[in-house]
Design a protein around this ligand. Structure first.
Ligand code: ATP
Ligand code: LTN
Length: 332
C-alpha cells in the first residue's frame, strides 16, 4: 500500500499565489508517489462568519482550482470536509485528549483572536479539527505552507498522546514544506504573510487575477530605499519578489544572482509580473473550461467523498473501540 498524503484549504476568500506555491503545487507533485486526499475544509472556514450562498459557491470554486492546478481526480480524492461526518466525530474524541494549554500556545489562535472582540470556541478548537482531518486518513505526509508548521507539531503531539493512552492507533505525520515559497509575504507589507483574509487591493495576487491586475499589483509592491537589487543588503520586499520568481521559475540561487544582481526595481517588478502571468495563464484557462461544465464538480466531490468516507469511518471505528465507546449490535 502506498503511504498517504492529506492536506486542506479553506473555501474562504480568493486563493492566492502563496497558497499555490506553499501548498497546492506540492499537492500536485505528491500524487506521483502517494495515495492523496485533498480536503476543502468548509468546517474550518465557518470559524469566521461566511455568507452561506457565498460559501457554497466558494466550495465549488476551490474544487475547480484544485483540478485546474493539476490534481487528477482519477488518482486523488477531492472532497468537502463537512461531507464526511467522521471529521467532526474524531475531532471530539481528540478534543478530550488535548490539554487546553497546548491550544493556548497556538500563534494563529492568538493572532486571530486578537483581531476580534468576542472569540468563538471554533477558533480555539480549530487545530484539533485539523488534527482529525489528518489522522483520519493515517496520513504520513502533510504538504502545507510554513504558517501551518505549529499546527502540524500539535497534530503529532495529539497523535502521540492518543497512541500512548489507548495503544497504537494513528500514524504520526510529517510536515512537507517547499524549499522555496513556504512563506510568501504580502506585497503591500512584506512583514506580514500573504493571506486570503487580508483586506486591501495591493496585498495579494489571486490565482484568478487577470494579467492587467497582476501587473498593477506587482508594480505597486513595497520594496525599499535602494534603487537596484543587491543580494547582500536587500530588504524583505525585494526578497519576497525574488522568492516569487524563483519559486515559479524553479531557479537555483546562482541563476537568481546572475539574472537579478544590479537590476533596477522597476525592471525587477516587470520581470516577476511576466513570470507570474505566464505561469498562471494555463491554470486560469483550465479553470474556466472546468466551470463551464455543469454538474462536473459535484460529480468529482461525490466520488471524492465515496473514496474518503470508508477510510475515515474505519479509523473512527478503531478509535472508538480503543477508547471503549459503545459498540452497537450493528457494528460488532
Ligand atoms: P487565511 O488568511 O484566511 O487564514 P490563508 O491564506 O492562510 O487563509 P489557508 O486556507 O489557511 O489560507 O491555507 C491553505 C494553505 O496555503 C496552507 O497549507 C497554508 O500553509 C498555505 N499558505 C497560506 N498562506 C501562505 C503564504 N503566504 N505562503 C505560503 N503558503 C501559504
Ligand atoms: N489549517 C489549514 C487548513 C487545514 C489543513 C487541514 C491543512 C485544515 N485541515 C489538514 C493540512 C491538513 C490552513 O491552511 N489554515
Amino acid at each position: 500500500m502506498r503511504a498517504r498524503v492529506l492536506s486542506g484549504i479553506q473555501p474562504s476568500g480568493n486563493l492566492h499565489i502563496g497558497n499555490y506555491l506553499g501548498a497546492l503545487r506540492n499537492w500536485v507533485r505528491s500524487q506521483k508517489d502517494y495515495e492523496c486526499f485533498f480536503c476543502i475544509v468548509d468546517l474550518h472556514a465557518i470559524t469566521a462568519y461566511q455568507e452561506p450562498a457565498e460559501l457554497q459557491a466558494k466550495i465549488r470554486e476551490l474544487a475547480a482550482l484544485f483540478l485546474a492546478a493539476g490534481i487528477d481526480p482519477k488518482q486523488s480524492a477531492i472532497f468537502a470536509q463537512s461531507d464526511v461526518h467522521a471529521h467532526t466525530e474524531l475531532a471530539w474524541m481528540l478534543t478530550c485528549v488535548t490539554p487546553m494549554g497546548w491550544l493556548e500556545r497556538m500563534t494563529q489562535f492568538k493572532a486571530k483572536s486578537a483581531k476580534q472582540e468576542s472569540v468563538g470556541d471554533g477558533i480555539f478548537q480549530y487545530p484539533v479539527l485539523m488534527a482529525a482531518d489528518i489522522l483520519l486518513y493515517q496520513a504520513a505526509i502533510v504538504p502545507v505552507g510554513d504558517d501551518q508548521s505549529q499546527h502540524l507539531e500539535l497534530t503529532r503531539d495529539i497523535a502521540t498522546r492518543f497512541n500512548s493512552l489507548y495503544g497504537d492507533t494513528f500514524v504520526v505525520p510529517k510536515t512537507d514544506l517547499p524549499s522555496v515559497g513556504a512563506r510568501i509575504m504580502g506585497l503591500d507589507d512584506p512583514t506580514a504573510k500573504m493571506s486570503k483574509s487580508a483586506i486591501g487591493s495591493g496585498h495579494a495576487i489571486a490565482l484568478l487575477d487577470d494579467p492587467a491586475k497582476i501587473q498593477k499589483t506587482m508594480m505597486r509592491a513595497t520594496t525599499d530605499s535602494n534603487p537596484e537589487v543587491n543580494f547582500e543588503t536587500m530588504g524583505p520586499g525585494v526578497a519576497n519578489l525574488l522568492t516569487i520568481y524563483q519559486a515559479f521559475g524553479e531557479k537555483t540561487n546562482e541563476e537568481m544572482r546572475a539574472e537579478f544582481a544590479g537590476m533596477r526595481y522597476g525592471d525587477l517588478k516587470k520581470r516577476v509580473a511576466g513570470m507570474v502571468i505566464a505561469k498562471l495563464e494555463p491554470l486560469q484557462a483550465e479553470y474556466h473550461r472546468i466551470v463551464a461544465e455543469p454538474g462536473y464538480l459535484d460529480g468529482i466531490l461525490q466520488e471524492g467523498k465515496e473514496r474518503a468516507a470508508p477510510v475515515a469511518n474505519q479509523t473512527v471505528a478503531t478509535a472508538k473501540s480503543r477508547m471503549g465507546l459503545y459498540k452497537s449490535l450493528a457494528t460488532i
